[in-house]
Design a protein. Structure first.
Length: 113
């Protein structure tokens, strides 16, 4: 998420990082991204986007992106509170289906190096 609120999504590989693996060595796609000072980088598992509400509707990627755009300028603790509140309100009485992990990092550009 750029400081101007532009969202860019980089799709991850479909292979999991953990768990049982048949390969001795697993490779993943390498991505390099240019960013501006203050850009927010979010890494998340599919547990957030795949969460369903009582009518069976998934939270989804589009809604996740919109929520991240709304909260990106907030301090980290407030972002965490907002995301937790959002998914709890969305799922209502529906059980949590999967683990949910979200990491947010505000990137800084080092000047003079």
């Amino acid at each position: 998420m750029t400081p101007a609120g532009e969202l860019t999504t980089i799709k991850g590989d479909t292979k999991s990082i953990g768990g049982r693996q048949r390969e001795a060595y697993r490779t993943f796609t390498h991505h390099e991204v240019d960013y501006a000072d203050g850009t927010m980088l979010y890494l998340l598992t599919d547990g957030f986007t795949d969460q369903k509400n009582p009518t069976g509707e998934r939270y989804g990627s589009r809604r996740t992106g919109q929520k991240l755009q709304q909260i990106a300028s907030l301090p980290a603790a407030r972002q965490a509170e907002a995301l937790s509140r959002e998914i709890h309100l969305f799922r209502g009485t529906e059980a949590q289906l999967d683990d949910i992990a979200i990491v947010g990092v505000r990137l800084k550009v080092k000047h003079g190096e």
